[in-house]
Design a protein around this ligand. Structure first.
Ligand SMILES: C[S@@+](CC[C@H](N)C(=O)[O-])C[C@H]1O[C@@H](n2cnc3c(N)ncnc32)[C@H](O)[C@@H]1O
Length: 193
């Protein structure tokens, strides 16, 4: 569609607690179903400045913060990276992880940049790559701006998927979708590998 990925110049918008209006820490952590031992290996796909990475890290053994732009990792370093978070510079479509290595993965407000036919710079079909690196039964939790929204915030509406499109893409990649909500402005999908 000929547009570029998130501009690091706008990164301060990501460090804003009003974002919890669209996705709370509690619903994200609950949907990941990490268990009480706090030993799960999790990936945040398109981690940006680590706004949600920090939230999940408190409930996981380790989090791989994956972002294709080094500038975003640099901003995360300036903020401070928790000890159990590793910064990984990679495209979601080509993850440097072994088959089944992760217990869970999530992506917040970034699915439209890497999934499907390459809406963004991530190429095509990155959700298949996510399925590869998840253990059997591992969850992939996706929250993103929805094409059914009005565009009050986030990317232009025509650059987004809606819930049903996201479900179709995930099912085509072999995921079983266990929850799929269309909400004002965002969708929320929980899929299982
Ligand atoms: C809109 S920001 C969201 C950041 C973070 N998930 C959050 O909610 O605060 C999107 C981030 O995803 C990264 N990104 C976009 N496409 C990517 C891809 N194909 N692989 C890895 N990272 C990607 C961008 O560099 C940017 O940091």
């Amino acid at each position: 569609m000929g547009f570029h990925t998130f501009d690091p110049e706008s990164a301060d918008k990501l460090e804003d607690d009003s974002r919890y209006r669209y996705l709370s820490r509690e619903e994200l952590v609950a949907a990941l179903a990490l268990g009480s031992d706090r030993d799960a290996a999790v990936a945040d796909l398109g981690s940006g400045t680590g706004f949600y990475t920090d939230d999940v890290a408190a409930f996981a053994g380790e989090v791989r913060a994956v972002d294709v732009q080094d500038e975003m990792h640099e901003l995360y370093r300036e903020k401070g990276v928790p000890e159990n978070v590793a910064l990984v510079t990679a495209d979601v479509g080509d993850l440097p992880f072994a088959d089944g290595e992760l217990d869970a993965a999530f992506s917040t407000m970034t699915f439209h940049e890497f999934a499907g036919d390459g809406h963004g710079d991530g190429g095509s079909g990155a959700e298949t790559e996510v399925a590869r690196v998840l253990a059997d039964g591992g969850r992939f939790v996706v929250a993103d701006w929805s094409a059914s929204g009005e565009g009050e915030s986030g990317p232009p509406v025509d650059e987004r998927y809606d819930r049903d499109e996201a479900v179709e893409l995930l099912e085509d990649a072999g995921f079983e979708v266990v929850r799929a909500d269309e909400r004002p402005e965002t969708f929320f999908v929980v899929a299982q590998a």
